[in-house]
Design a protein around this ligand. Sequence first.
Ligand code: HMG
Ligand code: MG
Length: 294
Amino acid sequence: MTTVRIVEVGARDGLQNEKTILPVATKVALVERLADAGLSSIEATSFVSPKWVPQLADAAEVYAAIRQRPGVRYPVLVPNLQGYERARAVGVREIAVFTAASEAFNQRNINASIDESIERFRPVMERARADGVAVRGYVSTVLGCPYQGEVPLADVVRVAGILHRSGCYEVSLGDTIGIGTPGRARRMLLAVADEVPMAALAVHFHDTRGQALANIYACLDAGVGVVDAAVAGLGGCPYAKGASGNVATEDVVYMLEGMGVRTGVDLDALVATGRWISAELGRDTQSRVGRAAA
Ligand code: HMG
Ligand code: MG
């Protein structure tokens, strides 16, 4: 393994879960600073219902104001056709659809069963295909659910397979509540890789129990090449009780570069961005590398 692609989710997964609602200009500056630091896939915002996630009600304004760098992708979350249309109205070229391996979590997060959510995506996928819009897919609660508890591996494999077959170029496997440990994370990934090619898989770890870097290491060792992370360890899902931040991008970059894996990211610029956005949110960075650089 010589390169790993990082999908930066701080501006979406991070800001969707914050009490403080940042001004549009700050959100735009965050995305632009992340691109300046060398990140090539930056989830910019989310076109979900503003009633459900008021923090990102300004998605259209934010997206439209970003000065996009050539070669950088700016995916956004889309839950339904209404979100797709709002996103397309401001020129979005990549979206992410999201569902879960747990029925109980899906009901709370998107008010739908797993199968209903897949039906809901069908017209979105059709429109995206016709418009040449790339679609990424998320499966949440792949290692456990805050409401249902254990999530059978077969359910994770089934949902990931459906997303891939329905046209997602990549499926990101989310440990939404950061409950996994490396052996289970690796087994889960390898089971999904029997159904979806490893090259089309990504891992998405929240760090609730301090296991995220270890889980990522185990999954890299098992062959995954795409890792989701959030600057300053921002993140969490308002509809997943007990979920805390994503693994910090700074920490992932530090580990990868130390392993001789190229990320294309300027760590100093990223650390500065993490410290800046944390100050904007009125708290300390959750990145260990970011703190050590103080
Ligand atoms: P619903 O209430 O069942 O939907 O919500 P509805 O169709 O009945 O609509 C209700 C109202 O919302 C209506 O407005 C719609 O127009 C409006 P009203 O008529 O009452 O005035 N609405 C919208 N407005 C703007 N954009 C839209 C939209 N859709 C409906 N797209 C729905 C269903 C899916 C919309 C809702 O449950 C929702 O938005 N949920 C999103 C929750 C969320 O964003 N969670 C966090 C993201 S997932 C995550 O973080 C996990 C991840 O990081 C991976 C991991 O960690 O595992 C990806
Ligand atoms: Mg997440």
